[in-house]
Design a protein around this ligand. Structure first.
Ligand SMILES: [Cu+2]
Length: 160
């Protein structure tokens, strides 16, 4: 290997981890490998039959509606509209997961969510979240933009 080739190889080695892991990127914990929100189901299959539920998010830190009842096994296509002037997001999870995540968001406000159980929506836009609820029980959702969950921007999903 000539000298230039060696330098190129070293640069490639040192650049690779930086590209793969930006400090602001959300990294799933090893224990949660396979994604968050396994407790309440799985990403919906775009080809499956789905029921659409329209949800609005606003700057009063509220989801409307903030309670849903779904059937076990049902796929829901959440059409999430942001009627506010700031960004909001809808994240599905258990209350413990959401609380933990909200605390993390206070430390890393730039963290972006591209998990299948979450959708971030810019002001005036509509986002889609396709989710299949596979387990019966009471679950939660919330907005994890720093301060919003703490301001009670959350809701409940009953699966039966
Ligand atoms: Cu919000």
């Amino acid at each position: 290997m000539n000298r230039t080739a060696t330098i190129v190889a070293l640069l490639a080695l040192s650049a690779a981890p930086t590209l793969a892991h930006g400090p602001e990127k959300h990294e799933p914990k090893p224990a949660a490998a396979g994604g968050h929100a396994e407790a309440l189901g799985e990403p919906g299959d775009p080809k499956a039959r789905a029921r659409t539920i329209v949800v609005t998010m606003n700057d009063e830190m509220r989801f409307n509606p903030n309670r849903f009842i779904v059937a076990k096994g049902e796929t829901i296509r959440f059409e999430v509209r942001n009627t506010g002037k700031i960004k909001h997001e809808m994240v599905l999870g258990t209350i413990a997961e959401l609380k933990e995540h909200a605390a993390l968001m206070q430390k890393f406000p730039e963290m972006e969510h591209d998990d299948p159980n979450a959708v971030g929506v810019e002001p005036g836009k509509t986002g889609l979240l396709l989710w299949r609820f596979t387990k019966a029980g009471e679950f939660d959702f919330g907005c994890l933009v720093p301060g919003h969950f703490e301001a009670n921007m959350k809701g409940k999903i009953t699966v039966k």
